[in-house]
Design a protein around this ligand. Structure first.
Ligand code: ZN
Length: 284
């Protein structure tokens, strides 16, 4: 699973790892066999500053809109099952403002999939071009009730301006990148390679960020909840398996991620909900 070398002339991006909100659950939910202690699960999102293409977000985390969307039954069940903690100033848009970036200065938002903890803040970015997998977008147009049981709150993304939406078609326009088939080199300069990992959601994908041969990241979103999933080849609890679009397909990605990590010692693989990643990159 060795990745191609990063060419010398690749534009140099800068990555900032951020977090918007937490949900409360038990460790054993994320990793079968782990203890049943409570854990705060982060919802990471990522700012990529590209020297030519400007500011790019990968996901948005939760937002305080979650509380509005889950006020009434049956949507309130979601907040019962996975209680969320987030304040206004933790919303992605507020944190970016603190870094002197307004929503107008975010040219692009890439959504790994449409779950509430990834697309939660998307309504704040109505000046951006928004990329979503084509199958994911179609799936996300079902009834709110049907989607609820699969972790989607359509209220979060239904106001996306369709003229700013770009649907990614990995089958039609995908190309192999090293060991991965059907990837999309989003900016056509080798910096951002989108790699489909369906299973957790029908159109879930990861983002490979090539800065240099010494610095490259694989932001895998929910291709695994925590590193232990793929390092131990172990999925989550029975309940967590129900939430996946196709849990066997989800788990079939683990050996690929494990081997990718082994074969690329300089690659930092970051699952979006790993409490250890939060500790390492953000936490005090
Ligand atoms: Zn998800």
């Amino acid at each position: 699973m060795k990745l191609p070398a990063v060419p010398e002339h690749t534009p140099k991006c800068k990555l900032t790892i951020m977090n918007a909100g937490f949900c409360m659950t038990k460790k054993s939910h994320l990793l079968k066999g782990a203890d049943k202690s409570n854990v705060s699960v982060p919802a990471l999102f990522f700012l990529i500053e590209h020297p030519v293409h400007g500011n790019i977000l990968f996901d948005t985390g939760y937002s305080t809109r979650y509380f509005e969307a889950t006020k009434a039954f049956p949507f309130s069940l979601m907040n019962k099952i996975t209680p969320v903690k987030i304040t206004e100033k933790e919303n992605a848009i507020s944190q970016l403002l603190e870094n002197n970036l307004t929503s107008k200065q975010i040219q692009t938002v890439i959504l790994s999939h449409l779950h509430a903890d990834h697309a939660g803040g998307i309504a704040d970015f109505n000046h951006s071009t928004i990329y979503v997998d084509k199958n994911e977008w179609r799936y996300g147009q079902q009834s709110k009730l049907k989607l609820l049981w699969k972790g989607y709150l359509r209220q979060m993304y239904e106001k996306i301006n369709l003229s700013s939406l770009e649907q990614l078609d990995f089958e039609e326009s995908g190309h192999p990148y090293g060991p991965f088939g059907n990837t999309i080199d989003l900016l056509k300069d080798g910096t951002i390679i989108l790699v489909p990992f369906p299973g957790h959601a029908i159109g879930q994908f990861g983002l490979l960020l090539n800065i240099s041969n010494q610095e490259r990241y694989f932001l895998i979103a929910d291709s695994a909840y925590v590193r232990d999933n793929y390092q131990m080849n172990q999925g989550g609890s029975f309940l967590s398996r129900l939430a996946h679009y196709n849990s066997s397909q989800y788990e079939s990605n683990f050996p690929i991620l494990q081997q990718t990590e082994i074969d690329n010692p300089n690659l930092v693989i970051i699952p979006s909900h790993d409490p250890m990643m939060y500790q390492q990159f953000i936490g005090k």
